[in-house]
Design a protein around this ligand. Structure first.
Ligand code: F6P
Length: 359
């Protein structure tokens, strides 16, 4: 391989630039030219690409966002085009491949979540060598123990819990923190443990309101007039409506999430009489500089992805398992997600120290 492309797809995530930097530096040192595709998969179709050199990636290791730009919505296999004022979806994959060919780009590194990796797998099936890098703060990509960005999101949510702790204690309030994660509770679980939450509510364990109220009441009986609850945006009550406050659209699905924290806080307040407040952490979890752990992980992923292509290996995703970087077939990952098992060691550890999971 003499020339490769690199692309960031889907929502942004702390560490994207660190992966780009590592992959570009590795490739350049092996004499391979690198093009950056701008604005995600849309840039492939629209022919928005720039050649990257050492200077393009200088100083970007700690920077949030992505120097390449990204978008949630563009799927070259169902690309939105305006025809007579109406949106129609067309297969523009041939155009995307032609744009790559015109620059001599023979292979592609796709840094993305499940939606982007599914698109990457389709291009790979069409004969374009592709390597995927698992990106998402949600940590829900199968085959890898860590997606990059997750550690940063957890540390931000953990810090938020520390701050909520002192104000909750001062005012004798119940503080609810709603965190991201889509259909998985990884951020809530890890942040809840790190931040000393009393209840951790995750999509994988439907919760009962009585169980949450019981926990708050037990704390009151021993003189603790405040409680901290962390709830994942995808958490749902065992019997009851799922609350929806927004629709999130990405390259392959529309999902409805959020609003669960506020609803829970209102129910807690009316049932206990304790003042309750909800904080929705939102995109703070996604912006800004990555943690040291993520910077190291991103560097390993970027190096590993470039090395795959140098060795002529493709159709894979780099992954972390038992602290080693491995390669997995991308078709085994695309379109799937990884949730927390109810007997996960961290759930058991939480139960052992008295954390309520709402069941
Ligand atoms: O997948 C990452 C994520 O941040 C989810 O945790 C969240 O539900 C979603 O993206 C938010 O998407 P958007 O930025 O489109 O609102």
């Amino acid at each position: 391989v003499k020339t490769i492309g690199i692309l960031t797809g889907g929502g942004d995530c702390p560490g994207l630039n660190a992966v780009i930097r590592a992959a570009v530096k590795t490739a350049l040192r092996r004499g391979i030219r690198v093009w950056g595709v701008q604005n995600g998969f849309g840039g492939l179709v629209e022919d928005q690409m720039v050649e990257l050199d050492d200077r393009s990636v200088s100083g970007i290791l700690p920077r949030g966002g992505t120097i390449l730009g990204t978008t949630n919505r563009d799927n070259p296999f169902a690309y939105a085009v305006e025809i007579d004022g109406k949106t129609q979806y067309q297969d523009m994959s041939a155009k995307a491949l032609e744009n790559l060919r015109s620059k001599g780009i023979e292979a592609l590194i796709v840094i993305g979540g499940d939606g982007s990796l599914a698109i990457a797998a389709k291009f790979n099936a069409l004969g374009l060598p592709v390597v995927g890098v698992p990106k998402t703060i949600d940590n829900d990509i199968p085959g890898t123990e860590r997606t990059f960005g997750f550690d940063t999101a957890v540390s931000i949510a953990g810090e938020a819990l520390d701050r909520l702790h002192t104000t909750a204690e001062s005012h004798h309030r119940v503080m609810v923190l709603e965190v991201m994660g889509r259909y998985a509770g990884w951020i809530a679980l890890h942040a809840g443990l790190a931040g000393g939450a009393d209840c951790i509510l995750i999509p994988e364990i439907p919760y009962r309101m009585e169980s949450v109220l019981e926990k708050i009441s037990r704390r009151r009986q021993v003189g603790k007039h405040f409680s901290l609850i962390v709830i994942a945006e995808g958490a749902k009550p065992e019997n009851g409506e799922v609350t929806i406050s927004r629709i999130v659209e990405n390259s392959h699905e529309k999902i409805r999430l959020g609003g669960v924290g506020e609803k829970l806080a209102r129910e807690v307040e009316s049932s206990t009489g304790l003042e309750s407040r909800c904080t929705v952490l939102g995109h703070v979890q996604r912006g800004g500089t990555p943690t040291a752990f993520d910077r190291v992980l991103c560097t390993r992923y970027g190096v590993a992805a470039a090395e795959c292509l140098v060795e002529g290996v493709s159709g894979c995703m780099v992954a972390l398992r038992q602290d080693r970087i491995i390669r997995l077939p991308i078709v085994d990952i695309a379109g799937r997600s990884r949730q927390i098992e109810p007997d996960d060691e961290l759930v058991c550890a939480g139960r052992a120290i008295g954390i309520c999971f709402g069941d």
